[in-house]
Design a binder for this molecule. Structure first.
Ligand SMILES: O=C(CO)[C@H](O)[C@H](O)COP(=O)(O)O
Length: 221
């Protein structure tokens, strides 16, 4: 079994009947959602809260009942992927561009499960550029302010156009060197007025489920 499927399916063991479940975005979360779809088909009752339009479409295609975000106060378990994680369970997320909805969902989640293959693990975050969602208005000012924090920011492109998020914003991928203090950096990035949110998830993950490279599973908690 490929590592993404292995960890994705393992994560569904945290789901109990009648829970409200946050459904992550990306190629690893895909396998968790497929498994949840199978569980629902076999009569297991849960309601889902998607973290992106793509995940909403996938969940609907699998007949997973979904809640309207306006009606959600608390989520029992969320299963989501990550682009990089450190030994303190701090994360960089947003490779798929869904970081804003993902962070909102994470912020009301009781138990946040991250699934990521072992190659994404590191001692210090920073190999992966931090995705930052920015408003279209004055994006040039915002990118200069991001640059002043010591990174090399680049607007994400898709099909030779600027990538547009589900919330109609842009993503600036900000390559820092080593991120020694992710908590401080997240506050600094979010203090820029044109920034909507950034992809550093600090102190949010309860467990990271990863593979050991030999077909086994490692849980960091
Ligand atoms: O944060 C994300 C999307 O915004 C994803 O969870 C992250 O990019 C990991 O994706 P994948 O599982 O495809 O590697």
């Amino acid at each position: 079994m490929n590592p993404k499927q292995l960890v994705g399916e393992k994560a569904t063991e945290y789901i109990k009947e009648n829970m409200i479940v946050g459904l992550g975005t990306g190629s690893t979360a895909y396998f968790a959602i497929m498994k949840i779809g199978e569980m629902v088909k076999n009569g297991f009752r849960i309601t889902g809260v998607p973290t992106s339009k793509a995940t909403e479409d996938l969940a609907l295609s699998l007949n997973i009942p979904l809640l309207n975000i306006a009606d959600v106060k608390k989520i029992d378990v969320t299963i989501d992927g990550a682009d990089e994680y450190d030994t303190h369970k701090n994360l960089i997320k947003g490779g798929g561009g869904a970081l804003l909805r993902e962070k909102i969902i994470a912020s009301i989640t009781e138990f946040y499960v991250i699934i990521a293959d072992k190659d994404k693990g590191c001692d210090i975050l920073g190999d992966f550029a931090v995705p930052v969602e920015v408003t279209p208005f004055a994006k040039e000012i915002t990118i200069n302010q991001l640059k002043a924090l010591g990174c090399e920011p680049k607007f994400r492109q898709k099909d030779a156009e600027l990538f547009i998020t589900d919330n109609q914003n842009y993503i600036a991928d900000c390559k820092f060197k080593e991120i020694k203090n992710p908590k401080e950096l997240t506050a600094m990035i979010n203090s820029i007025p044109g920034v909507v949110e950034n992809g550093l998830f600090v102190g949010m993950a309860d467990v990271i489920i990863s593979d050991d490279g030999e077909g086994g599973i490692i849980e960091i908690d």
